[in-house]
Design a protein around this ligand. Structure first.
Ligand code: FDA
Ligand code: NAD
Length: 431
């Protein structure tokens, strides 16, 4: 049993949706030549909504409202749209093996799907506590958050937990965004993570302090510099009732949310394609070590021109959108498509707060702005070799964020750190 396509997008997440839009805009395929294969049962959607609008107690976001590509203020790609565009959606279908030499994929249902050109957009999976030697994370009230199914489990757990206690494991993006959502759903939250401040991959101590005190004012308790060792469970349901920490402390828990990082879904291609930084290595055209295979989104490790060609694997939605569109451009019009020139961009929204970051958080840090106000506007620049490498801003306007992106893109020269500290945001706006 088998089907043959010219173009196959493997994975049906953010990158797949934006790849489909780019194919449709460029029109370089005929009806029935292009398909998206996804383990998920629904058409591609904006995954960031799962930890934000999807978890709101009132008027939550629901499909079809947040299919791609609404996150970039573009068209809403519903199932009907794919049909109209002649793009086949092969949903609820897991690919279990790939043969790059033969250009075939084998699905869990036993179908062989062949391609001329493949775009790998398999994203990533959430790390499980079992991988850190802690068992029992399959309990009904322990939630991870990567897919729509995960989000539904989390919504269910929250609805039976109002006024109760949640323990959030991990102080990264999922931990911070879910803790805010839990509080908004009137659930008391304790966050547990091993670092000495939240968002340790990006935030400085000073930036983290602001968010931690804001969260504390909302009733969140922080238990930092430690990890959990086990769960207490009730018989016979197997539900978690407490989280046991390394120092022996027991935290009562009606539910647990775990966000301890991800692994890119590379396993189908290991031994067949070159890997780097935990992902599939691609060139500036998003092309892998096999010229018929491209990789985009969280799974792709690609060169960042702005960082002197350093290879990075980014785990953020803007990068998924842009690398996907770039790969399609490179496939359909290789001679007209230059190497990708991407400015890394991350953001988050929690409670009424909202920040953006551009570039790379390396070098010396200069903080600026008002960290004390109830409607905050503060940030930081990262400076290396006398030039701006990264910029962070909480509570900025569209113009201010745009100005920051420009100074990072230009690697603006810094002659005096103290002057930069004094100027703060106006340094970027005047540039
Ligand atoms: P993505 O994970 O979106 O899609 C991968 C797809 O491949 C899935 O449909 C999966 O089922 C499928 N797949 C994998 N293996 C398969 C197989 N063998 N067979 C078939 N299908 C397979 N970023 C940001 O910048 N700002 C934000 O606010 C957020 N917020 C956010 C919230 C939450 C809850 C998560 C989990 C993530 C974010 N992110 C984010 C990160 C962002 O969502 C992420 O970078 C993109 O979704 C990556 O897009 P991809 O298409 O690469 O993977
Ligand atoms: P993360 O890498 O942001 O954070 C992982 C956190 O796990 C670390 O900060 C650490 O505190 C904690 N940790 C690691 N090992 C642990 C252990 N053994 N015990 C307890 N804590 C441990 O990953 P995440 O928060 O799980 O997010 C998953 C993915 O989703 C990432 O790719 C992230 O970029 C993406 N995401 C992004 C956004 C955004 O950009 N706004 C929002 C949500 C999710």
């Amino acid at each position: 049993m088998g089907r043959a396509f010219v173009y196959v997008v493997l994975g049906g997440g953010v990158a797949a949706g934006y790849a489909a839009l780019e194919f449709a805009r460029r029109g370089g395929y005929s009806r029935g030549e292009l398909c998206i294969i996804s383990e998920e049962a629904v058409a591609p959607y904006e995954r960031p909504a799962l930890s934000k609008g999807y978890l709101l107690p009132e008027d939550p976001a629901r499909l079809p409202g947040f299919h791609t590509c609404v996150g970039a203020n573009d068209e809403l790609l519903t199932t009907k749209w794919y049909k109209e565009q002649g793009i086949e959606l092969v949903l609820g279908t897991k690919v279990i093996s790939a043969d790059v030499r033969r250009k075939t994929l084998l699905t869990a249902t036993g179908e062989t799907i062949s391609y001329k050109t493949l775009i790998i957009a398999t994203g990533a999976r959430a790390l499980k506590l079992e991988e850190f030697g802690i068992s029992g994370s399959d309990a009904t009230n322990i939630c991870y958050l990567r897919s729509l199914d995960d989000a539904d489990k989390l919504v269910n757990a929250m609805s039976s937990c109002s006024g109760g206690n949640a323990v959030v494991i991990g102080g990264g993006y999922i931990g911070m965004e879910c803790a805010a959502a839990l509080v908004t759903n009137k659930i008391k939250v304790t966050m547990v993570f091993p670092e000495n401040h939240c968002m340790a991959r990006l935030f400085t101590q000073k930036i983290a302090e602001y968010y931690e005190s804001y969260y504390t004012s909302k009733g969140v308790t922080f238990t930092k510099g430690t990890v959990l060792t086990s769960f207490e469970k009730e018989d016979p349901t197997g539900k978690v009732t407490a989280v046991v920490l390394k120092d022996g402390k027991h935290l009562p828990a009606d539910m647990v949310v775990v966000g301890i990082g991800i692994r890119a879904n590379t396993s189908l291609f290991e031994g067949q394609l070159l890997m780097e930084k935990g992902g599939i290595k691609v060139n500036g055209q998003m092309q892998t070590s096999d010229s018929s295979v491209y990789a985009v989104g969280d799974v792709a490790a690609f060169p960042i021109k702005l960082f002197d060609g350093d290879t990075r694997r980014l785990e953020h939605v803007d990068s998924a959108r842009r690398t996907a569109r770039h790969a399609v451009a490179a496939i359909l019009e290789p001679s007209k498509t230059r190497d990708v020139d991407y400015l890394p961009f991350f953001y988050s929204r929690v409670f009424t707060l909202s920040w953006q970051f551009y570039g790379d958080n390396v070098g010396e840090v200069v903080h600026y702005g008002d960290f004390a106000s109830s409607s905050p506007s503060f940030g930081a620049y990262w400076i290396s070799k006398g030039r701006i490498t990264g910029a962070f801003l909480e509570g900025g306007s569209r113009e201010e964020y745009e100005a920051l992106s420009v100074v990072v893109r230009r690697k603006a020269k810094v002659s005096s750190m103290s002057e930069l500290e004094k100027q703060g945001l106006s340094f970027a706006i005047q540039e």
